[in-house]
Design a protein around this ligand. Structure first.
Ligand code: PRX
Length: 570
């Protein structure tokens, strides 16, 4: 494979690219003049004379709406005014059950402006998960639609004593407040609440591929890490058109879908259409998107739709593309270069870290398959934890847990709501333990190995699923791959791969044998899968992460019926 790959340079503006080594020596977190995130994301741009700049380009089923920074500042001010009138200001949790669009942005920024804590919930969640999250967060206000209220919230509202007000964005219904009318009545807007960098600003429930949801709190001071990482890791500038494809309800949807482009002063694409490769290419091309931030799942789906479709579009404005949320296989990095003329840069972080923590920065060569290096200023290490003792591992061949030094990352979560035990267990001494395993090479690049629960132990070896998945993804037939351990009386576990195929390939014995042979050759017998199962699609969370836990359960015969797609060749 041809690497290192270097990001396409931008002759017009590359001040962000800088020099990674120098930035590491002299780290600098960008701080706004006023600590309230919403003020920095909207009002300050108006004061700086950029009120007419387009903040949001909202693409919906009925057309495109542009919202300027001035309008966003006014709308969020009015929303904050409504909260203040309801005595739901500082400290109150304001949850949303809304799709992407101007209402969501006004609510997010308005809540923070009022000093409340913004808590986005994924709009497609059903009644029980919504109830659990509203109860855990002790939400005082919920913003939603009439239909979602009736279907999802009303049946369980009697079990939510803390939920004082429900605001609906599209009319009026029993026991709810008509938000548009309330905002009209609050014409002057609100004066932003005084906050400090330590005031809680957001509450996100983790995606829960393993175990029950936990709510991570981030403070207003997190904005400094979000803005700095947007510039350094995503090369985001005020004149950019930025598209982060993450859905709301997950941390990426808030930190980079809403906040990062606004903190930088760019134009943000808010696309509320379901995935469709043609539509996505059209959004990139028509809106001259210059910075694109998406997930490996989406990249695989674009790839699956074929090179011919990609070739019918041109993306001359696209300068930088990055990925997050799951391991990014080298094939996907290179596919970006071929189809979009920019390679995908992997970035690693998690709900708890609050912002991009490790990345293939545009300022340094990409090593495809690696997550890159830590944000300047962030102390990230590979460690071994024994009880409360943490030992840093320097051997570039040894796998250990990724840890982040407390105090070195302003967006690190301040704890899980209502769960002091889990909050304490996530830290050992000065270190936050991430639950992700990786190794770090001699150049300081981190290589993902697996989530704690996904690491496979076979005949005394520790095997990371990602290494094997990357080899499978290299084969033209494979669209998606996930590897799990199958209990084995002799080897402890054997490696089994579940794969979905690209169009035009037949699941069957011949392909199975070919894949097993090529893995055996490239990975060696100790690591290669011993079995391959074909699925039409791999099971995923609603944020697009592959549910290896469900594959393991299926493999052990526990919940066969729950797999989303039938076996193709069974
Ligand atoms: O296991 C890592 C995986 O996603 C987890 C975090 O998920 P969540 O809290 O939902 O946040 C998603 C948005 C950042 C991590 O613990 N993950 C994230 N990025 C990568 C990754 N795994 C491998 N490579 C990545 N680049």
């Amino acid at each position: 494979m041809a690497w290192p790959l270097i990001a396409k340079g931008n002759p017009k503006r590359s001040p962000n690219l800088g020099d990674y080594e120098q930035a590491r020596q002299d780290p600098h977190w960008e701080t706004a003049a006023r600590p309230n995130i919403a003020v920095a994301a909207a009002d300050d741009h108006v004061l700086a004379g950029r009120g007419d700049h387009v903040a949001l380009r909202c693409i919906g089923n009925v057309g495109v709406t542009d919202i300027t920074y001035r309008q966003l500042s006014e709308d969020s001010g009015r929303f904050a005014g409504v909260l203040q009138a309801l005595a739901a200001g500082p400290g109150s949790v304001v949850a949303t059950l809304l799709e992407r669009g101007p209402n969501l942005h006004a609510a997010a920024l308005g809540a923070m402006k009022a000093g409340a804590v913004f808590c986005p919930l994924f709009a497609a969640l059903g009644p029980e998960p919504v109830r659990v999250r509203l109860a855990l967060g002790r939400a005082a206000v919920l913003v939603t639609t009439v239909e979602r209220y009736r279907r999802t919230v009303a049946p369980l509202r009697h079990m939510l004593p803390d939920l004082r007000h429900v605001l609906v964005v599209d009319g009026d219904t029993d026991a709810c407040i008509d938000l548009a009318a309330a905002m009209r009545a609050c014409a002057g807007g609100a004066i932003a609440a005084a906050v400090t960098v330590d005031t809680p600003a957001t509450l996100h429930f983790t995606s829960g591929t393993t175990g029950s949801p936990k709510g991570a709190v981030h403070v207003h001071g997190a904005a400094t890490a979000v803005a700095t990482s947007a510039r350094l890791a995503l090369d985001l500038c005020p004149e950019d058109v930025f598209w982060c494809t993450a859905d709301v309800g997950w941390v990426t949807g808030t930190m980079y879908g809403i906040l990062a482009p606004l903190l930088v002063g760019a134009t943000s694409i808010v696309n509320n259409q379901d995935f469709d490769a043609t539509q996505w290419y059209a959004v990139l091309a028509k809106n001259e998107v210059s910075v694109f931030y998406t997930t490996p799942t989406a990249i695989h789906r674009l790839r699956r739709s074929g090179a011919a479709l990609a070739r019918t579009f041109r993306f001359p404005a696209l300068r930088h593309a990055a990925s997050v949320g799951e391991p990014l296989d080298p094939e996907a990095v290179v596919w970006g270069q071929q189809a979009l003329e920019v390679p995908f840069h992997d970035t690693w972080w998690q709900t708890e870290t609050g912002s991009i923590t490790i990345a293939n920065f545009p300022a340094m060569p990409i090593k495809p398959g690696s997550m890159g290096r830590p944000m300047p200023g962030v102390e990230a290490a590979i460690v071994r934890r024994l009880g409360d003792t943490v030992t840093v591992i320097d051997d570039p061949h040894e796998v250990g847990e990724i840890a982040v030094r407390r105090g070195s990352l302003p967006s690190l979560f301040s704890g899980y709501v209502g769960d002091p035990g889990a909050s304490a267990a996530a830290f050992a001494g000065d270190w936050y333990l991430t639950g992700d395993f990786a190794r770090r090479d001699t150049d300081g690049y981190f290589w993902f190995f697996g989530r704690k629960d996904d690491v496979i132990k076979s005949s005394g070896h520790l095997i990371g699923a990602f290494e094997i998945e990357a080899v499978l993804m290299d084969h033209p037939a494979i669209a998606e791959a996930a590897v799990i351990g199958r209990p084995d009386s002799l080897a402890e576990e054997t490696v089994v791969a579940y794969v979905a195929l690209n169009p035009g390939f037949d699941a069957g014995e011949a392909l199975r044998r070919e894949l097993l042979a090529s893995c055996g050759e490239r990975l060696g017998p100790a690591v290669a899968p011993t079995g391959i199962q074909f699925l039409r699609e791999l099971p995923k969370t609603s944020s697009g992460k592959i549910l290896r836990r469900r594959l393991r359960q299926h493999d052990r015969g526990i919940i066969e019926a729950e797999l989303p797609s039938p076996l193709a060749d069974a």
